[in-house]
Design a protein around this ligand. Sequence first.
Ligand code: ADP
Ligand code: ASP
Ligand code: MG
Length: 406
Amino acid sequence: MARIVQKFGGTSVADLNCIRDVAYRVKKETDAGHEVAVVVSAMSGATNQLVGWASDIGPIHDAREYDAIVASGEQVTAGLLAIALQNIGIDARSWLGWQIPIRSDMLHGAARIESIDGAAISDRMKDGQVAVIAGFQGISPGNRISTFGRGGSDTSAVAIAAALKADRCDIYTDVDGIYTTDPRIAPKARKLSTITFEEMLEMASSGAKVLQTRSVAMAMRYNVNLQVRSSFNDSAGTLVVNEDSVVEKESISGIAYSPDEAKITILGLPDQPGIAAGVFGALADHHVNVDMIVQSASSATKKTDISFSIGRKDLDKAVDIIHKNKAKLDFESVDTLSNVAKISVVGTAMRTQPGVAKTMFETLASIGINLHVISTSEIKISVLIDAEYIELAVRSLHTVYGLDDE
Ligand code: ADP
Ligand code: ASP
Ligand code: MG
């Protein structure tokens, strides 16, 4: 007998028939004698609609009300799945974040889980009851509903698995595992049987939304046995594993893309200490997340240019902040590119293999793609390109690194 957490994403609970199918997937585990907790997302499209309503009603001054709205989708699916389970003879009960409770910090809209009391659920599971838990939500210190950022049900599932000391955390979704790249844009993407936590962390933070980045970090920290598999077929999924359990790899693991990026270049800044701190401090004060950064200085003019990438949604805000700080920063002008995307090549093999970056740059050059910004980590190389070339870039790199499924 094992203790299992199953998480079903939006497309897996898209309508009542899907929810009935999910109930049978749960039943399969209870029939095998396992203790089961299920974490559900909102029905596909529901959260987008709620986010749309929240922003259309008027400016949001208080993120607590945003959370009160957008958390509601998961409440519906938790109740529906509990009923579907009861109707096939399985003892089940729905749980909202506050009922468990899943305690978070005050960062409404992107709250972090601080603690989970698994005692009540654990007792019920021992008695054979299935816990159906609303993903994505918790309760903040002021006893208000909080949410964990888009895709946050993955993090709910991993956190619950850690709190319940579950033997497995199975993430059911609309693809049957983690692929070398998004199978929706690269038909030759290949399913991986395993991927390391580190690689998945880089893939997720570079745009592969199959797992929320925070869920991977949490699974790594608490050593949660994590796998991604399909809600719609029974094929073997992908296990996320520790690096030491993987035999040495020869190639890179995957390619990720993040489509909604923008680039800002501040030209003619004084080349002196404190300038970068001034730029990025001002942006951080206004919660603008900066990703890739390059600085180029000219010794002749004592001037420097700084380019960086941010999420496209923050572009106007960031430009505004920079202009408001013109007197302090003393720059000449600001240039922007609003339609760019980040392409990242990820793999632990990069540590030992020279030439991965060269291959990337040569490949993109050979198809005429210009690189706006480059950044690297130990196991990742990212470039910023015009968004119109995403598919071409991903597919070409996929082929050149030998990842194509023949
Ligand atoms: P859910 O609603 O189940 O949480 P998501 O839409 O959040 O599902 O995540 C699944 C999607 O992630 C897939 O449909 C796929 O398009 C996308 N995806 C991006 N990169 C990858 C990858 N490397 N492997 C698998 N899926 C990926
Ligand atoms: N329903 C939320 C979202 O769409 C959380 C999730 O599905 O993981 O972002
Ligand atoms: Mg998701």
